[in-house]
Design a protein around this ligand. Structure first.
Ligand SMILES: [Zn+2]
Ligand SMILES: [Zn+2]
Length: 98
């Protein structure tokens, strides 16, 4: 796993190997390298390594190029289905939302 890259394009650029160990353990325990971050009614699937290395400013999220997820404005459920995002359909409410 030496070719793992940060979302910024660099190889994982940890300066403190202990922090990398902590993040790697977290990813192994959570089962996913990505975590949904919700901001202002929208959500993005953000790289945990990127968060550890860059921090996360929610105002920057739309510009960072992470995959956007759909958040239902009424029940707040996050959907990983790209069709739901495109059509603004909530599988929990069983309806299309504004
Ligand atoms: Zn980076
Ligand atoms: Zn809903």
């Amino acid at each position: 796993m030496t070719d793992e890259r940060c979302h910024c394009g660099q190889p994982l650029h940890y300066t403190n190997p202990e922090i990398r160990t902590v993040v790697d353990r977290l990813i192994a325990a959570a089962g996913s390298r990505f975590v949904p971050i919700i901001s202002d009614g929208r959500a993005w699937y953000v790289d945990r390594h990127y968060i550890a290395l860059h921090g996360i400013a929610t105002a920057d999220l739309p510009a960072l190029g992470f995959r956007e997820l759909f958040v239902c404005p009424s029940c707040r459920r996050v959907s990983f289905n790209p069709t739901d995002l495109r059509e603004r359909y909530c599988g929990a409410c069983h309806t299309w939302v504004q």
